[in-house]
Design a binder for this molecule. Structure first.
Ligand code: GTP
Ligand code: MG
Ligand code: ZN
Length: 351
């Protein structure tokens, strides 16, 4: 059996970037489990572990392979495949800061991120802002995929709410029930492309992926298990599509934490207004001459939007702080200023 790795997203750029040593073979991580990886190679699927050297030298979770990585494999004496090296990553989608211990890579080497959100119960633009922020930071292109259009009765209102927080991001409205909008996904699903599906649990990511597979599989009259999409996804996996692209299915994340990400891109209008605030370091809370609060007052920016921005900004400002510094930053925010901080500390010391 020979597998054509082009179906798994191999490009000449990847090949040029990778330095394989004698005897090593090329593979792509298609599944990640507790302590082993599923890797696809021209000779088929292999289960593999990282070498002791790679694990020993790893300074953070980012040093370990993730789904989407191109890797160099070797075989040990007992024919167990070993991951010796990871090729430079073209893009990294992550929650948390990947150079820290609590960071987590969701997928790598992706061209497009389908941020999936359903048009019924799950609809929440505040959550969309979070996903957009980590997507902008990944190096891949975000696309908003609004699912379950068949269950939506106020589409125009919801589309306006999405447009308000996602200037310039392509938005596709679709339904697996009616087939609406599915063809609009196709331009992102051509040969050599890797697309990651992210979004809350139950929005229909796996159902959509199954449908994208089945459309062609059906012409080959292969039946697949109809129920497959109804099961919640438990691990990330990379799947080649009949269109030539490959997709990464991910489990819905309950609470999407961000410590990094380009807020100024997600909140472009607030960033632009902030340049007109009287103070450079204006927090848009109580400073005089604040252009952002002025905009909230006249209604060009909603107060929910400003609150969401400030909340994410606070999360991000904690990035890179250790737990003690984090506590201090919180106390500082609660009590304000250095003097207050001093008083709080003195009180603690006395006790
Ligand atoms: N009415 C309707 N239901 C849909 C549509 N797409 C998916 N569903 C249903 O939504 C439910 C959840 O779909 P999944 O594909 O498992 O959701 P998921 O995003 O993969 O969820 P996790 O794997 O838990 O992250 C299933 O019962 C689907 O049948 C749609 O377009 N319309
Ligand atoms: Mg799923
Ligand atoms: Zn301001």
């Amino acid at each position: 059996m020979t597998i054509n790795l082009i179906k798994y997203g191999l490009t000449t750029a990847v090949q040029a970037d990778l330095t394989k040593e004698n005897g090593q073979i090329l593979g792509r991580i298609i599944g990640q489990h507790r302590d082993w990886y599923q890797v696809i190679t021209t000779a088929g699927e292999r289960s593999a572990q990282v070498t002791g050297k790679l694990a020993y030298e790893a300074a953070s979770p980012a040093a370990f392979p993730a789904v989407g990585d191109w890797v160099c494999l070797s075989s040990s004496a007992d024919n167990q495949a070993q991951i010796e090296a990871i090729a430079p990553r073209q893009s990294v989608l992550a929650r948390g800061a990947v150079n820290r211990q609590d960071g987590q890579i969701i997928a790598t080497n992706i061209n497009t991120i389908f941020i999936c959100m359903s048009l019924n119960a799950d609809f929440n633009v505040r959550r969309l802002e979070r996903y957009l922020t980590i997507a902008w930071d990944s190096g891949a292109l975000p696309v908003i995929v609004l699912t379950k259009a068949d269950l939506c009765t106020d589409l125009a209102t919801k589309l306006r709410a999405v447009a308000d927080v996602s200037v310039g991001v392509p938005t596709i409205t679709c339904s697996v029930e009616t087939g609406q909008g599915l063809d609009e996904l196709q331009p992102y699903l051509t040969t050599g492309q890797t697309v990651a599906f992210v979004g809350s649990s139950g929005v229909g990511k796996s159902t959509l992926i199954n449908r994208l597979c089945q459309d062609i599989l059906a012409t080959k009259s292969i039946r697949t298990d109809d129920d497959k999409g109804r099961h919640t996804t438990t691990s990330r996996q990379l799947i080649p599509l009949p269109t030539g692209a490959c997709v990464i299915d991910t489990p819905g994340m309950r609470e999407l934490q961000i410590f990094m990400g380009d807020l100024n891109q997600t909140f472009a209008e607030i960033a632009a207004l902030a340049t007109q605030c009287k103070f450079n370091d204006c927090t848009h809370t109580s400073e005089p001459g604040c252009a952002v609060r002025a905009a909230v007052e006249v209604g060009t920016v909603t107060s929910e939007r400003l609150q969401s921005y400030q909340k994410l900004q606070r999360e991000m400002s904690y990035q890179g702080l250790n737990s003690r510094q984090l506590e201090q930053a919180k106390i500082q925010r609660m009590f304000g200023g250095k003097q207050a901080m001093k008083r709080v500390k003195q009180r603690y010391h006395r006790d």
